[in-house]
Design a protein around this ligand. Sequence first.
Ligand code: AMP
Length: 473
Amino acid sequence: MCGVAGIFGIESAERYVAEILFAIQHRGQESCGLSVKMANGDIATYKQMGLVKHVFTSEVFDRFTGVNAIGHVRYPTAGSSDILNSQPHTVPLPDGSTLAFCANGDVVNYAEWREFLEKRKVAFTSNNDGELIARLIAYRMFAEGLAIEAAIESIQRDIEGAFSALLLYRDQLYAFRDPHGFRPFVMGHRTWQGVGEMPSQGTCFASETCAFGIIGAQFVREVKPGEIIRLEPNRPATTVAINGATPRHCIFELIYFSRPDTLTFGEFVYRVRKKIGATLAHYDHDIPSGDDLAVMAVPDSSNFVALGYAAEKEVPFEMGLIRNHYVGRTFISPYQKKRDEGVKQKFNPLPAFFEGKRVVLVDDSIVRGTTLRKIVRMIRGAGAKEIHVRIGSPRVIGPCFYGIDTPTREELIATRMSLQETCVYLSADSLKHIELDDLLRIVARPGDFCTACFSGDYLYVPPSFVKSNAPGC
Ligand code: AMP
């Protein structure tokens, strides 16, 4: 999982891109980077491992400045923690210019197109699928003679998978999305008034709308599935083509990945989460209310689900677990021991809070089961007399090939244990997930969502049904 940011036609574009990336840091904490169209005409790129606030210093902004810029935050994936895989990727072109590219998503048929290009003597510097798309566009333009827009259309036709993408080339910025719109991608405007001048307007792009407020921009609309938008100086944003197919928006963005203050796929994320909680509460007529009943979240991803549950059941929402915000993502560590320790470092129970309590413990998802097993034990040790675990997603039965990092199928607890066995494994008194049909009833256009990780209904599957070797975005 990753996040993208783009600014067109605003002075100090690099600073605004960095602000957007800071707002969507939750989408990727491994590395970040930006590419800027400089005053001398060059497209310059700066990227580093680390967080936005550490990487983009004022010295960096002094060196890399312009009115058009794109940027990227990358999600940590096991074994690929490498600056070479970070984005944006740049490709020097035979005409002396440079193409800079970044995307959020995952290419499913990576191996096929990498082989295609390598057979034609195209050299790669990374294993990242963003580099593959950038090089394929450059190849189509300079070896096959396609115009840039036709080259982008060929990507939408040939590349299977997810990409919400930004490309800088000469004076232009292109924003484009895969035909199914797997990953979120939104466009905004920023208007400002200089002294004695007519108001000026610039365009911005981001993975999530929550990033627009911070830069004083207004959300305009989503980039449509399959859309290609061109920005060039002194012209309004132009839709070059819309090569859309049936939408397959990632439902997990609504459950877990997007920030609650984001509007994505036409849905307010916090509202969806509250309705998930209310739906879970309807499953629980057999849990009587009472002073000893506490409804609480595993903070922070399931806060709104727990709020929705508590409101529906008319029971107070409690904050029994305190989260240390300085602990990074434990989920991703390739080592179980490290994941276990990470959970302990991350969460701590309130003293004396749990004694004699019946607890409805709400989380957004169970993947391997690491987090909840530890937390249930922690709460039980703190004195809880009953623990009912409620999950805001159906059981995860398969990996994602479209941009969410999930472990292999074999590591998923739902492929190894029945619901009842999982409940015992967690040492919970009961365990319930929201049903997929009920989840889909919450969104306005259920047919527009990809539910492959819960249903097994994949659109594209890598040939061997293992995640391709390409470290995603
Ligand atoms: P696990 O401990 O393996 O069961 O993972 C479940 C926890 O990790 C949940 O509490 C989620 O908040 C979080 N989570 C689920 N999917 C992801 C993901 N793809 N990346 C990072 N965290 C995740």
